[in-house]
Design a protein around this ligand. Structure first.
Ligand code: RAM
Length: 347
């Protein structure tokens, strides 16, 4: 859906509008119309950053629901920590299983490339989603425009802290392609706010315990912190939980970033967090599933301008490679959650 963020905010007042924007009414897949030319019985390996992260679990469920509706088999396989090494056995398993496609959220931009090349040599189509890899000949299914995700998080925070004060970033793994790409644009956007100073970026590895440890380190190193951006659902929910039990910090500190409404609504409703952003991870999975099924069926290639239908999500066109990235498709704009709308969402 091609809606600007401003239009989305204007619409956000009603639960129905919000549900339409995030495709909640369409999570169930009407596969029939789009699937006529697709091969059936494909085996598709879904390799998330890790199998424990609730965000990845929802995205994988969206993908596997769509694949099953298309008559394909989905295998979800990954490690329990966000490293490339933990994902490589799953790529090998896909090769052993003669899979048709791999859909992977990269824990590292380049360390997975030798294994993914082996997979491609075995005839397996490679799609990255959520977090890209830099390897050749794959399609990246991006959740939203990379620049918009980065800049909008800074703008959200700036509005709340009167464009002034020390800020920090609580990120995921230091090698995560998606968070690092967003952080590049955060830094660029911060140039618009000369009185906001980024003092530190810490990495919680999308592990709640590590995220808590680095958060506590941050708070003790920078007692005057005015803002934290956590561009990861694991980081922001961990930080929100901590701030909820240390409410005096909220007098001077604002937390925002990317969160799951299901995890964050408690903290938004009790005032710990004012606003945060995301998209529907199940829709991201569904879009990646249709992209993989189309590539494996050779109804499209990894070429800018190629088009396909992603079931209830509608039509998508492959975008030109930008510098430093390959061809991609973008799910849609990020959505801002506040007390006014957060209760309408269940993901
Ligand atoms: C975490 C993961 C994921 C990211 C979301 C926003 O769950 O790091 O890659 O897209 O946050």
């Amino acid at each position: 859906m091609k809606l600007s963020n401003r239009k989305i905010s204007a619409l956000a007042g009603t639960a129905l509008a919000a549900a339409m924007i995030l495709g909640l009414s369409g999570v169930g897949v009407s596969a029939a119309s789009a699937s006529a030319s697709l091969k059936k019985g494909l085996t598709v390996y879904l390799i998330p950053k890790d199998t424990l992260n609730p965000y990845e679990v929802i995205a994988d469920k969206g993908a596997s629901t769509a694949l099953k509706a298309l008559g394909d088999k989905a295998v979800i396989s990954s490690g329990t920590v966000d490293t490339a090494a933990a994902q490589i056995p799953s790529i090998q398993a896909a090769i052993q299983a003669h899979a048709s496609a791999i859909i992977i959220a990269g824990n590292d931009p380049s360390a997975l490339c030798p294994s993914l090349k082996q997979a491609q040599n075995a005839g397996i189509v490679v799609v990255s989603f959520d977090s890209d890899v830099t390897c050749p000949n794959h399609l990246f299914v991006n959740q939203a425009n990379t620049k918009q995700i980065g800049t909008s998080e800074v703008d959200l925070l700036a509005a709340d802290i009167h464009k002034t004060g020390q800020i920090a970033i609580l990120s995921a793994a230091a090698t995560a392609t998606n968070q690092n790409a967003w952080i590049v644009y955060m830094k660029q956007e911060l140039k618009k706010y000369p009185k906001m100073k980024l003092v530190s970026t810490v990495y919680g590895n999308d592990d709640p315990a590590t995220s808590l440890t680095v958060l506590q380190g941050l708070l003790s190193a920078y007692p005057h912190l005015a803002g934290i951006i956590s561009p990861t659902t694991v980081g922001i929910s961990t930080a929100a939980q901590y701030l909820d039990t240390h409410k005096s910090l909220l007098k001077t500190l604002t937390l925002t970033g990317l969160g799951l409404p299901s995890q964050m609504k408690k903290y938004v409703n009790d005032g710990t967090v004012k606003s945060f952003e995301l998209w529907n991870p199940a829709n991201l999975g569904q879009l990646a599933a249709y992209a993989a099924a189309n590539l494996a069926s050779k109804t499209i290639t990894v070429k800018a301008g190629d088009k396909f239908k992603a079931g209830s999500l509608g039509g998508y066109t492959i975008l030109k490679a930008a510098s430093g990235t390959g061809p991609s498709i973008v799910l849609g704009p990020p959505y801002v959650f506040t007390k006014a709308n957060v209760n309408s969402f269940n993901f």
